[in-house]
Design a protein around this ligand. Structure first.
Ligand code: ARG
Ligand code: ZN
Ligand code: CA
Length: 258
């Protein structure tokens, strides 16, 4: 198997204020800590919850991918104001124009770009399916669904989506994962064998095994990051999803900024 994949992240706060830089840099990092735990299955809530849930899901194995997200410090030389090498790739305020109408930033192609902006009323975030690293495609999160903790002015995480799981979910899309409920009870669903097919999304705080799947006796994997439950109730990818993400990583291997 391959060595750990280091993923260089650039975090963009186009409506932020440069005077808030120290707060926004710390806030940006709270999200990196969440995705590092979630993608490597070292999140504490997985350990504390799956043991009791797993009997409802005999055909599902939890999965992880060997990745490490780091806010880049080797920076693009031409952004304004310039971010010097050694400083964090966190852009604030200055590039608002480029993010108002597009979710592509070719200046930061080769990075995993997060943009925190108005994603639309009631929208937590969105992402392309199978995103382009070399093309500078971005994952977008709304103001209240990025990071954990108390946040910064204008960027305060909002319950029940305040544990950073929107980024875990959107990145899943970027790495080619569909929703677990994709296609409902027909077709190839999410193209992942070990996530039971289910007719609809589940919201809120369901108990494990409480939502019927499409196949008699099967239960919806509501605790999966690719469903719609509250942040507190999603805590795993499946092994099949991890395999699908690995296939994506293989196709973009040379696209990351070194
Ligand atoms: N509705 C959004 C999407 O489909 C994100 C859902 C994220 N859910 C969460 N608990 N944070 O991409
Ligand atoms: Zn989604
Ligand atoms: Ca499936």
């Amino acid at each position: 198997r391959r060595a750990t994949l280091y993923i260089p992240v650039a975090v963009h706060f186009p409506t932020g204020s440069e005077s808030d830089r120290s707060c926004l840099e710390a806030h940006a990092q709270t999200q990196i800590d969440v995705i590092n735990a979630d993608y490597t299955k070292t999140n504490a809530d997985h350990a504390s919850n799956w043991a009791a849930a797993q009997s409802h899901y005999p055909n599902t194995t939890p999965g992880s991918v060997d990745v490490k997200f780091c806010i880049a410090t080797k920076n693009h030389p031409t952004v304004s104001p310039a971010i010097a090498d050694g400083n964090l790739a966190v852009t604030i305020g200055s590039q608002s124009g480029s993010y108002a109408s597009t979710d592509v930033n070719t200046t930061w192609a080769g990075y995993m770009n997060f943009v925190i902006k108005n994603a639309g009323d009631g929208i937590l975030g969105y992402s392309p399916l199978g995103g382009s690293i070399s093309g500078g495609q971005c994952v977008v999160m709304n103001f209240g669904s990025y990071g954990t903790g108390s946040g910064c002015t204008g960027f305060v995480p909002q319950a029940p989506y305040n544990l950073g799981r929107t980024v875990t979910h959107e990145l899943g899309h970027f790495y080619n994962l569909d929703h677990t409920f994709n296609g409902g009870c027909t077709g190839p669903n999410d193209n992942v064998a070990d996530t039971p097919a289910v007719a609809n999304a589940t919201y809120g705080t369901p108990a494990p095994g409480s939502v019927a799947g499409c196949v008699a006796g099967e239960k919806a994997l509501t605790m999966n990051y690719m469903d719609y439950v509250n942040d507190s109730h999603m805590y795993m990818f499946s092994a099949g999803q991890a395999t699908r993400m690995e296939a994506y990583f293989a196709t973009v291997a040379s696209d990351w900024k070194q």
